[in-house]
Design a protein around this ligand. Structure first.
Ligand code: IVH
Length: 681
């Protein structure tokens, strides 16, 4: 494609992709499939690679991040980022509206909004482009987190239309939905990292990550609720926010204009109940005077505006009896105490269990078995015990002695200096750890053996057929056929029957065979080295190329790889020095699992840059695949079918007649093997 034609196509794709991003992330109503979106994004990426000078800094391809910030620059806020006065009491809220009335008169219009529980950011737009994103910091100055914020897909990099002020700031809350939060925590737990306590901590931790590429993977969202600037279109808050929706911002619909205290309390009461049904966390309601002139008249105290207040919901709290403490062993061997409670209704659900975190917290709260405890559901998804009703403590209440040995395998638990959790060190002999490792190994992002699931792994483990990941590759049809087990119904699952029938068995065995094609980085992730997640595995594989180099690396050499710190380096180093792990790696190798990076196609020339080829027929000098490789080596692109975008068909003998007809129709140039060789010579 010529440069002019590419520019036109790039502009088209950028507009289309921005529109689809807006439909998907802001309006939540996509109009094309994810696949179609990805194809367009790939097309744009290719064009931008061919013509880097045509790629804009605001291109949708840049949403995947890339910039690394070692230290966040501190920036002074143009308008100080004040906080809000807050209250938990209805009386204080009435006092607030009375103060407003006294200062500016009766019949004031308020806007009630939800108080989103995330991390505040201020976004600066100049001529419709996002130029800076700053955290609240101390209110005077905050951290410049622009590179990370640019990866949040619901934040427009370029505004829609042309009716926006030349210069303004918009503030909002960076958040994680419950879904995104759970996925993130699952991924963290999977690699042996401590999960985040709540979506707010996760959002705040994510915004402060150095590598924006990792931020992009976290699926952060952002709700906007406050605009500042000189030339805003309207003289009130509500209309400006409504207008900003048209510029492409995600301005939540949960807003209402209220005039009386009754209206305000109706809004609060409605959302106090309804908040359990929202897909994200809120911690209250914000009430703002709508009119800018009236806001100005009311002014500010040293810390907060006099024209707004937040009413915070009380965390719902109930008391119930602590019946016993169970100890759960996770995939990584971490042992977590869980409280079994007398069932009690809390925030719309019956709670029977609560988190007790770790031994330190049990000691600090001085919880005893038989105590009446206070259970709260705050920002956290899992309810937690926050205290003991000492007045109700009975003589029989028993002190808690933290479990000394693993409840699953009996091994003595250990606690690493500086860590709060106890661990079972019996990595290769403790059932939940073994099963966890197997489940991780077969998971989608690892070896992707999806015909085997949790239940089947459990059954094979119970039958003594698998004790580690290498055993999977020794499984034979006769071992599997006919095995079955009924898993009884539990609190969160229905009764399930697992059975290995002919078809399933075949699928499993062929998926295991196919997994010999899984590339080394994913294998490295799959073998379950603590702290080695997908990204770390990729970095290690790219750097060391094969397992033997990785094995030889010293801790210092490991740390030299970007993103690898001391904890990861030590974990990798120790893993590769443990005899049982080395044996498993050797067995996997002997089954054909990949322990080295397959060298990727190296670009030899740019002679075919930007050209799309379809290869068809049988060749004299080359295999068909060799022609395809030669095309890519010289900068061209292979397509499987002829379209108007095809530049050349490389035709061998016996080229399909349908292809020939289509090519003639579209006027695509057909070249012979010899002509092709001439092009790349
Ligand atoms: S308005 C000067 N509106 O709450 C007024 N803030 O305690 C600026 N927040 O720092 C804030 N939802 O992080 C406003 N709908 C909303 C909000 C909201 C959450 C946060 C924000 C602010 C804090 C104040």
């Amino acid at each position: 494609m010529t440069k002019d034609a590419s520019k036109k196509r790039i502009d088209e794709l950028v507009d289309e992709l921005n529109e689809h991003n807006y439909n998907y992330y802001v309006l939540s109503s996509p109009t094309i499939s994810d696949f179609e979106f990805d194809m367009k994004l790939k097309e744009l990426e290719k064009l931008e690679t061919a013509f880097p000078e045509l790629a804009s800094a605001d291109s949708p391809t840049k949403r995947v991040g890339g910039e690394v910030t070692k230290e966040f620059r501190q920036v002074v806020h143009q308008y100080p980022m004040l906080s809000l006065g807050n209250t938990y009491s209805e009386q204080e809220l009435t006092d607030f509206t009375n103060r407003v009335k006294k200062a500016i008169g009766e019949n004031v219009e308020y806007v009630c909004e939800l108080k989103y529980d995330g991390v505040a950011v201020g976004l600066r737009y100049e001529n419709g482009r996002l130029v800076q994103a700053i955290t609240r910091g101390d209110g005077e100055k905050g951290d410049d987190v622009t590179a990370n914020v640019r990866t949040i897909k619901s934040i427009p990099l370029q505004l829609r239309g042309s009716e926006y002020p030349i210069l303004f700031e918009i503030r909002g809350e960076v958040m994680l939905t419950h879904d995104a939060f759970e996925k993130l925590n699952e991924a963290k737990t999977e690699i042996g990292e401590a999960p985040f306590a709540n979506p707010r901590n996760a959002a705040s931790g994510s915004l402060k990550m150095q590598d924006s590429r990792l931020v992009a993977e976290r699926n952060l969202d952002c709700f906007l609720y406050f605009i500042l600037g000189e030339n805003l279109p309207f003289g009130n808050h509500y209309d400006n926010l409504t207008e900003a929706r048209k510029w492409g911002f995600k301005i939540p619909m949960f807003m209402a204009k209220c005039r009386t205290n009754d209206d305000i309390f109706d809004f609060i009461n409605y959302w106090n109940n309804e908040r359990n049904n929202l897909p994200f966390d809120i911690d209250g309601v914000v009430i703002k005077v709508n009119d800018f002139h009236l806001q100005q008249e009311l002014g500010f105290t040293a810390k907060s505006p006099r024209w707004a207040i937040s009413y915070k919901f009380k965390a719902e709290r109930v008391s119930t009896k602590l019946l016993s403490i169970a100890y759960q062993v996770g995939r990584t061997g971490a042992v977590t105490p869980v409280a079994n409670l007398e069932p009690v209704l809390l925030a719309g659900t019956t709670v029977k269990r609560a988190s007790l975190h770790n031994a330190d917290i049990i000691a600090k709260l001085d919880v005893r078995i038989g105590d009446t405890v206070f259970v709260e559901k705050g920002g956290e998804i899992i309810p937690k015990i926050i205290g003991v009703d000492l007045e109700k403590r009975s003589q029989e209440a028993q002190m808690v002695v933290f479990q000394q040995t693993c409840p699953e395998c009996g091994e003595k638990l250990i606690r690493t200096e500086g860590e709060s959790a106890f661990y079972c060190p019996n990595e290769n002999g403790c059932p939940p750890q073994i099963k966890g490792k197997l489940e991780h190994f077969i998971s989608r992002k690892a070896m992707n053996i999806d015909s085997l699931g949790e239940g089947k792994i459990e059954l094979l483990f119970e039958k003594g057929l698998i004790h580690n990941i290498a055993d999977l590759y020794d499984l034979k049809e006769k071992d599997l056929l006919g095995l079955e087990k009924v898993f009884p119904a539990s609190e969160d699952k229905k009764e399930r029957k697992i059975s290995f029938q002919k078809k399933t068995t075949e699928n499993i065995l062929s998926a295991l065979k196919a997994s010999t094609n899984v590339p080394f980085p994913r294998v490295l992730f799959a073998i379950g080295i603590r702290y080695v997640g997908e990204t770390v595995a990729k970095k290690l594989a790219e750097h060391f190329r094969n397992i033997s180099n990785l094995q030889k690396a010293s801790i210092e050499e490991l740390i030299l790889v970007s993103e690898i710190g001391a904890t990861i380096a030590e974990s990798v180093f120790n893993f590769l020095r443990k005899e049982s792990n080395l044996q498993i790696i050797e067995r996997l190798k002997s089954k054909g699992i990949q322990f080295e990076v397959k060298e990727i196609i190296e670009k030899k020339s740019g002679k075919l840059d930007g050209k799309t080829f379809v290869v068809s027929g049988v060749f004299k000098h080359f295999q068909r695949d060799e022609v395809k490789i030669a095309i890519e080596e010289n900068g061209g692109r292979n397509a499987s079918s002829v379209s108007s975008k095809t530049d050349y068909i490389v035709a061998g003998d016996n080229m399909g007649p349908a292809k020939l007809e289509k090519a003639t129709q579209l006027g695509v140039k057909i070249i012979s093997e010899e002509e092709f060789i001439g092009m790349i010579r």
